[in-house]
Design a protein around this ligand. Sequence first.
Ligand code: MRU
Length: 357
Amino acid sequence: MVDTMSWKDGTLIILDQTALPSAVEFITCTNYQRVCTAVKRLEVRGAPALGAAAGFAMLLAYKELVHTTQDILTVYAKAKEEIAQARPTAVNLSWGANLMYKAATSMASTGKDLNAIYTSLEKLAMEIYTEDIRINKKMGEYGAEILPASSIILTHCNAGALATCGWGTALGVIRSGFAQGKVKMVYADETRPLLQGARLTAWELNEDHIPVTLITDNMAATTMAHKHVNIVITGADRIAANGDAANKIGTYGVALIAKALQIPFYIAAPASTFDFKLTSGEQIPIEERAPQEVRQIKTVPIAPPNIPVFNPAFDVTPAGLISGIITEYGVLRPPYKESINKLHAQVLKEDKYTWKV
Ligand code: MRU
């Protein structure tokens, strides 16, 4: 698989996901503002990839601080807000930005100089990146255990290597299961309006020779009922402390169908996708995107030019529809208030990023 992003000579190279599958092109980001633009345009997308991109964006922002005449930490805090708010739903974005900011402020308070802090921040940004791959592989191991021996899986959007720093969350589970001979077929919802399922998931699985069949979103119910789908796995962008989970628009519908057909519905997401301070999914901010995304496919109009459009990019699947949440710490089960609370305690205890050294 081609790398979603890489850090080279003080610049962030991003795979342009808007060009896939027609072309494999890269964008060079030399400042954090360009990373924010890439996030808004979905050139880089998917919750864990956004977390890592936020880390590198904060590193680029720190580099620019050498030129500031104002208070360094005030300017850095502004950059953090800009990065965290480039897209509102995936909590990983603010998670990555906050981790970097916390590290910088705490090092500054010990009197470390700018260059030394930059070196430590570079280590931390790289650690967020490499740790994400390790986390995905761990999720893959736990997830593969719960896959039926002959899995026929339906997935929505793209929660793959492209949406992370490598391997993937939902597609990571599928990759690990495939390596164990457990995956017979993956049905990929095309995922309107921006077609992450068709453009990215179908491409990614095909590249890895994992059997995949593309369907349009309105074929999900009939596919699940008549093609022996025995498990649904998706990713998530933000999970509240009660287990309600925001993911790409259409996920909620898929979860309702799964419930009606008694097919287990799983979410695969790292601890960084949990927003432990939110008590329910109602508090998750849902991004609304431009009407052109619905009125057009790429640049081709498919609706009257000024027709009113409602374009929420995500929906929230209530915890009651979720059979389990696959994390790098194991598979969480209902009651989620309890299992997520335990996860939170474990995360706080671990405090694993090593930037302090
Ligand atoms: O708008 P996108 O493409 O960023 O939406 C991505 C999703 O909804 C993914 O399913 C989610 O981020 C999980 S990625 C491992």
